[in-house]
Design a protein around this ligand. Structure first.
Ligand code: FAD
Length: 421
């Protein structure tokens, strides 16, 4: 079978890795990426233990490479104005610069015999000669766009404006900092990365954005403003422009993409081409890689046995059945996550109003921590207890012990399932 992935982001590269492993090298796998190697947008993305567990289960060597390249952050703080920071207890995660993540995945793919054609923009399905084409060409997917009616694509813009920047700050703490300006509230999502830089996403409501004049400001002017509003948290660190510099209008609105189906014959959507989730829950990359796992499962079976086809993939009907199963199962799994991400986006769209009413930063921090609305009273009590330094230390110790145990178990299970390279 010949598989072509249009787009060499996390979804396309990881599907290529898994197809090469699961087919035992029998299938021909190619990734067509419009950019040159090492060129991408954005800064770092965060992820949790679930992705590492999944990555070790699917490809122990690749999982280990991902873990080595990622940065652990071990605390989360929420700052409001000049109040003392509130702490989110037991919270930790990993982050990795996008450029490094793509490098890890591309190296692993090439090691397994995948051909990556850089500088190759795919404009239509017809120009790709393959049995299965994976449209992993991101949020603005050309392949999806050409068949938008078939896919039932809906694209909804969020209200807030954001800009994805970096900061030359090295820290183990993920910080949300909410500051009042003359024109309303503005906040940053500031988290460490694997390459010594932090990611710094600045966000505000549209009224604040225009009243601050950000709609007419150049990128460097906007950076100066952000540095001055968040000076205390940045502590003298500088804001860094994205690779390639800032566009004339760098402020964006989050675009929520949904599709009624992810399959059109032997073309399937994966990653942001299929669905997007607001960056406030930090899950788009994770979902993109999990799409690839689900697609590999549908094509090759879930037991991970290399070369064991569950359907006859030489036959168009067999491939069609596998892709239909992927479409139905994975879409059903992602739907609730998109709903939660939507609630999270709405929370940020109401943040200014909440901040005006907030008389206790610890309660505001709780509202942020529970923005998906799935935590109970006991978590609230724990959140309050976490504000006490000694109790926070105890909680952090317990979390660290659980994290280390989980890492040991997954690495041991990866070792027992085969060579690491
Ligand atoms: C501000 C912000 C912060 C985020 N933070 C997080 C986070 O913390 N955690 C997280 O999990 N996710 C995060 N995300 C989401 C994450 O970046 C995406 O969900 C993820 O990159 C999706 O992976 P993908 O492979 O589907 O698409 P992409 O990463 O967009 O990759 C698509 C690839 O296709 C290529 N391409 C596009 N068109 C063509 C074409 N016509 N032909 C060939 N190649 C093409 C592109 O060059 C690109 O390399 C964030 C997103 C934003 C905007």
């Amino acid at each position: 079978m010949r598989i072509a992935c249009a787009g060499g982001g996390p979804a396309g590269l990881y599907l290529a890795v898994l197809a090469a492993i699961r087919s035992g090298g029998r299938d021909e796998v190619v990734v067509l990426e419009r950019n040159e190697p090492g060129r991408t947008h954005g800064f770092a993305v965060t992820f949790g233990e679930d992705l590492l567990d999944d990555a070790f289960r699917n490809d122990p060597a690749g999982g280990a490479a991902l873990r080595r390249a990622a940065r652990l952050w071990s605390a989360q703080e929420i700052r409001v104005g000049d109040h003392r920071p509130a702490h989110v207890g037991g919270k930790y995660g990993y982050s990795i610069a996008r450029v490094e993540l793509l490098d890890v995945l591309a190296r692993r793919a090439e090691q397994l015999g995948v051909r990556i054609e850089y500088g190759r923009a795919v404009e239509s399905r017809e120009e790709v000669d393959a049995d299965v084409v994976v449209a992993a060409d991101g949020i603005g997917s050309r392949l999806r766009g050409a068949r938008a009616e078939h896919f039932g694509t809906t694209i909804t813009d969020g209200a807030n404006r954001y800009v994805w920047l970096g900061a030359d700050r090295d820290s183990d703490t993920f910080v949300w900092d909410f500051q009042r300006t003359d024109a309303g509230w503005m906040w940053i999502h500031l988290y460490p990365s694997s390459n010594g830089l932090s990611t710094c996403i600045a966000e505000c409501e549209p009224g604040t954005w225009t009243a601050l004049g950000l709609d007419a400001m150049s990128g460097p002017e906007a950076i100066t403003l952000i540095e001055s509003v968040f000076g205390r948290t940045l502590g003298g660190c500088r804001i860094v422009e994205p690779p390639g510099g800032l566009d004339a209008q760098p402020w964006l609105r989050f675009r929520e993409v949904r599709n009624r189906t992810w399959r059109d014959g032997e073309l399937v959507l994966a990653g942001d081409a299929a669905h997007t989730t607001h960056f406030g829950i930090g899950s788009g990359t994770v979902l993109a890689m999990q799409d690839s796992m689900a697609l590999a499962d549908a094509l090759y079976g879930t037991d991970g046995a290399a070369g064991r086809d569950v359907v006859d993939l030489r036959d168009g009907n067999g491939r069609g059945a596998a892709l239909a199963a992927y479409d139905a199962r994975r879409r059903a799994q992602v739907g609730p996550v998109q709903d939660a991400a939507h609630r999270n986006m709405q929370w940020f769209e109401q943040a200014g109003r909440q901040l005006e009413r907030a008389d206790d930063p610890v309660d505001f921090a709780w509202s942020l921590a529970d923005r998906r609305g799935d935590m109970g009273r006991i978590h609230y009590q724990l959140h309050r207890a976490t504000q006490v330094p000694a109790l926070r230390q105890v909680r952090r110790g317990l979390t660290t012990a659980r994290r280390v145990r989980r890492a040991v178990l997954r690495e041991a299970s990866g070792r027992s399932r085969g060579p690491q390279d």
